[in-house]
Design a protein around this ligand. Structure first.
Ligand code: 13P
Length: 256
């Protein structure tokens, strides 16, 4: 990286609805060969729920961490098809992705829902990776700042300074997800700085300087180093390129 930062970079693979247990086992074994001892970057794998246990067992003696892609905010009850914080915690998840734009777009998740989930995750000692980001239409009509600010404030509303500092935010412009169109490092940096300013307004400068903000959206081995080198970008949330060991390993290495 070109800029020295006090925050430890975090690179997470969001596998989305990909990988059976057999596929996940192959992928984790390949990733482990290179990254089992990686201490410079927090490396997090977020498989689908069905592969959490298998991946958890494979990474026990490594520095690689586990994350889920979603959870419900209630502790238990009649919520068919959902899982709770305690259930994923039991499988040694330390992280959970919340409010991904696909959840917001296809499953109706609002800032209010994401906020309830974020609070429930923190209460269960999970680190939330809270996703925010504007659509192309919102950017082109000049509403990017307002949209991102509203999502950050709404999703993180009512969190203590300590909880805010320990949360991870992922800035994922919707127009860059799975499209091959990455935000330029300057475009991404501008929004990361904006998010950090919002956190400063919600808490204080120390909290804003502690919170880690990942970039997500078509991150590849070829663009990762430049993005991660920006002053307010603390790693990435990786979709497509996390499904293949070689590209994921190269992206993690770009964060060192
Ligand atoms: P891609 O890296 O495939 O664009 O996906 C990004 C993403 O949505 C990660 O959560």
């Amino acid at each position: 990286m070109t800029v020295s930062k006090s925050r430890k970079p975090i690179v997470a693979g969001n596998w989305k609805m990909n990988k059976t247990v057999a596929d996940a086992t192959d992928l984790v074994n390949a990733i482990k060969r290179d990254l089992a001892g990686c201490k410079e970057v927090d490396v997090v794998l977020c498989p689908p729920f069905t592969a959490l246990k298998a991946v958890s067992d494979l990474i026990t003696e490594t520095h690689i961490d586990l994350g889920a892609q979603n959870m419900h905010w209630e502790k238990n009850g009649a919520f068919t098809g959902e899982v709770s914080a305690e259930m994923i915690r039991e499988l040694y998840c330390h992280y959970v992705i919340l409010g991904h734009s696909e959840r917001r777009a296809y499953f109706g998740e609002t800032d209010e829902i994401v906020n309830k989930k974020t609070k429930a995750a923190l209460e269960a000692n999970l680190t939330p990776i809270v996703c925010v980001g504007e659509t192309l239409d919102e950017r082109e009509s000049g509403r990017m700042t307002e949209v991102v600010q509203t999502q950050v404030r709404g999703s993180l509303k009512g969190l203590s300074a300590r909880d805010l500092a320990e949360s991870v935010i992922a800035y994922e412009p919707v127009w860059a997800i799975g499209t091959g169109k990455t935000a330029s490092s300057e475009q991404a940096q501008e929004v990361h700085a904006l998010i950090r300013k919002v956190i400063e307004d919600m808490a204080d400068e120390a909290v804003a300087q502690s919170v880690r903000i990942q970039y997500g959206g078509s991150v590849k081995p070829g663009n990762a180093a430049e993005l991660f080198g920006m002053p307010d970008i603390d790693g990435g949330l990786i979709g497509g390129a996390a499904l293949e060991a070689r590209s994921f390993i190269e992206i993690v290495r770009a964060a060192i």
